[in-house]
Write a protein that binds this ligand. Structure first.
Ligand SMILES: Nc1ncnc2c1ncn2[C@@H]1O[C@H](COP(=O)(O)OP(=O)(O)OP(=O)(O)O)[C@@H](O)[C@H]1O
Ligand SMILES: C[C@H](N)[C@H](N)CCCCCC(=O)O
Ligand SMILES: [Mg+2]
Length: 205
């Protein structure tokens, strides 16, 4: 049976793929990016495979345009439907697309898909100014859809008050922080992941 963890973020570009790679490596898990929008650069699946050497699943939707999934799908003439959890042995790290309220099709949002999965979600948040508002909005939106959340993982230089404030107001644990890495290599990522609370994460699997 699959035990899945979902990685969402407070925005696109916050570090979901880098965090997912570190987590996939640490758990020796399998990685899945169900919706990939943008195929011209290295895809998230390719990045995680390169950084981890771990298995990855094919995307459910590979969309050509680097845009919101609903638009990228429309431009390719496809409609994003429900994406059932794959059934495989071991742990699966699932990376969302953009932030939690990114539309998939019509009024259906990625958060609605997360609510259907009912797998524990980790919210990846920046540390820099503006993150309190983005993080609390994301958490409130997920909570209102009854999406189970494990905690918040930060990416960036330490901003103690913002990190503490988010976790205190949201009443969620901090799962640690990945600092800015000058070289994004497998050893550097593995070492930086020493600062992430893997016990709490493993406890949810
Ligand atoms: N800890 C880090 N140290 C250095 N660079 C990082 C770190 N985390 C993320 N980055 C860089 O920031 C950029 C955005 O990160 P990433 O691709 O992980 O974001 P994302 O949230 O997955 O975006 P998307 O919504 O497109 O999936 C990338 O160029 C990535 O290499
Ligand atoms: C193309 C990008 N890298 C992501 N895959 C999708 C980001 C969608 C963001 C939509 C939005 O919030 O405006
Ligand atoms: Mg990504």
């Amino acid at each position: 049976m699959t035990t899945a963890l979902v990685i969402t973020g407070t925005d696109t570009g916050v570090g979901k793929t880098v965090f997912s790679a570190g987590l996939t490596l640490a758990l020796q898990a399998c990685y899945w990016k169900p919706v990939q929008a943008g195929l011209d650069e290295e895809t998230d699946r390719e990045t995680v495979a390169r950084l981890t050497g771990c298995p990855t699943l094919p995307e459910a939707y590979r969309l050509r345009t680097p845009a919101s999934p609903h638009l990228a799908a429309a431009l390719d003439g496809v409609e994003i439907g429900p994406m059932p959890l794959p059934d495989l042995p071991g742990s699966l790290v699932i990376e969302g697309a953009g932030g939690a309220l990114v539309p998939l099709a019509g009024r259906r949002l990625f958060a609605d898909q997360m609510a259907e999965w009912q797998a524990p979600v980790i919210v990846v948040a920046r540390t820099r100014l503006g993150t309190i508002n983005h993080s609390l909005l994301t958490i409130e939106a997920l909570r209102s859809r009854r999406v189970p959340m494990l905690g918040v993982a930060f990416v960036g230089a330490e901003v103690r008050d913002s990190q503490d404030t988010i976790c205190r107001v949201a009443d969620l644990p901090s799962l640690g922080r990945l600092p800015p890495l000058t070289a994004l290599t497998r050893p550097a990522l593995a070492e930086a992941f020493g600062a992430i609370d893997l016990d709490t994460i493993r406890g949810a699997l």
